[in-house]
Design a protein around this ligand. Structure first.
Ligand code: IMP
Ligand code: MG
Length: 183
């Protein structure tokens, strides 16, 4: 039998249960903070999709959703430093309370770029929600408003985060075995 995806994982950093509990708490917090405000969640594809799908179902207030496709990473594990918008959102955000949702707030370049990109459209506010935060790698003067977990400066996969487009469907956050990178 061919190996499973889990065979490639060296260690689990955040378990499924920890993720579930934390996202429930984040959703409750967002529902409180945005009561009566009809926020718009704007997910940054592809990394956001597992986290966002859980987060919005834990946020019990009227809201809308949209997606932007942004890319800053190549196939490897280091950033290219450049952000490209491959697909823009389709709704008007003027006067709306926008919550940008991403898998990880790493250098911060992507979410910083997107914040600047959306500002001229005059949203009522823009905040950032990220499942993971890697503060050690920050290169921009910006903080995430809603964070699931702080993680050490290690390359992680799962729950939407990929290595060369694989492992997004892993139901927890893990670190890959070193030999995976030399395959
Ligand atoms: P930024 O450096 O904050 O702009 O992060 C850009 C993107 O890099 C994130 O949305 C992720 O898709 C990807 N990324 C950053 N760190 C990791 C990691 O540890 N594993 C997988 N993807 C990552
Ligand atoms: Mg991403």
């Amino acid at each position: 039998m061919a190996g499973t995806m889990r065979d490639d994982i060296l260690k689990v950093i955040v378990s499924e249960e920890e993720i579930r509990e934390r996202i429930e708490a984040l959703g409750k917090q967002i529902a409180e903070d945005y009561a009566g405000k009809n926020p718009m969640f704007v997910g940054v594809l592809k990394g956001c999709y597992v986290f966002m799908s859980d987060l919005v179902r834990c946020t019990d207030i009227p809201c809308t959703m949209d997606f932007v496709v942004a890319s800053s990473y190549g196939d490897g594990t280091s950033t290219s430093g450049e952000v490209k918008i491959l697909k823009d959102i389709s709704q008007n955000i003027e006067g709306r309370h926008v919550i940008l949702v991403d898998d990880i707030f790493d250098t911060g370049v992507t979410l910083n770029y997107l914040t600047q990109y959306f500002m001229p459209r005059k949203p009522a506010s823009i905040r950032i929600a990220a499942l993971l935060d890697k503060p050690a790698r920050r290169t921009v003067d910006l903080a995430a408003d809603y964070v699931g977990f702080n993680v050490p400066d290690e390359f992680v996969v799962g729950y939407g985060l990929d290595y060369a487009e694989a492992y997004r469907n892993l139901p927890y956050i893990g670190v890959l075995k070193p030999e995976v990178y030399s395959k």
